[in-house]
Design a protein around this ligand. Structure first.
Ligand code: HEC
Length: 107
């Protein structure tokens, strides 16, 4: 009996770590939380551009390091813009890192 419980536990813990990675699609998170301002293609929606977002294809964004992009996504960049502090809006550190990589592919 103990062995069965142990086996179930091991499987449950394994799934707990494996599933978020399997089901995570950068595009889904991006579309849900970012596309309204940055556009599905990363070029920026009319509203986003008006607020001062740069197209992700621009050299300024493409030459940002991953750390700088993550900081922008999580904390609102060097100026710590609260509007852009997605760490407080359901974007985990892991998601922010994946989004930073994704952003650079939108060019
Ligand atoms: C409410 C509109 C809005 C949403 C939603 C939004 N952003 Fe932004 N984002 C902006 C604006 C405006 C700037 C420019 C701010 C600045 O330069 O200080 C910006 C800047 C950025 C930058 C720095 C490069 C640039 O374009 O200026 C990155 C990277 C970025 N956003 C990624 C994201 C990601 C990833 C998400 C989703 C988690 C997201 N943003 C959601 C409006 C938004």
């Amino acid at each position: 009996m103990k062995k069965v419980i142990l086996a179930v536990l091991v499987i449950a813990i394994g799934l707990f770590f494996a599933l978020p990675n399997l089901s995570w699609a950068q595009e889904d998170v991006y579309k849900a939380k970012c596309a309204a301002c940055h556009g599905a293609d990363g070029k920026g929606s009319a509203a986003g551009l008006k607020m001062g977002a740069l197209p992700f294809s621009s050299p300024a964004v493409q030459k940002m390091s991953d750390a700088e992009l993550v900081d922008f996504i999580e904390n609102g960049g060097p100026q710590k813009k609260a509007m852009h502090a997605f760490a407080n809006k359901g974007v985990s550190a892991g998601d922010a890192a994946k989004l930073a990589t994704y952003v650079k592919t939108l060019k």
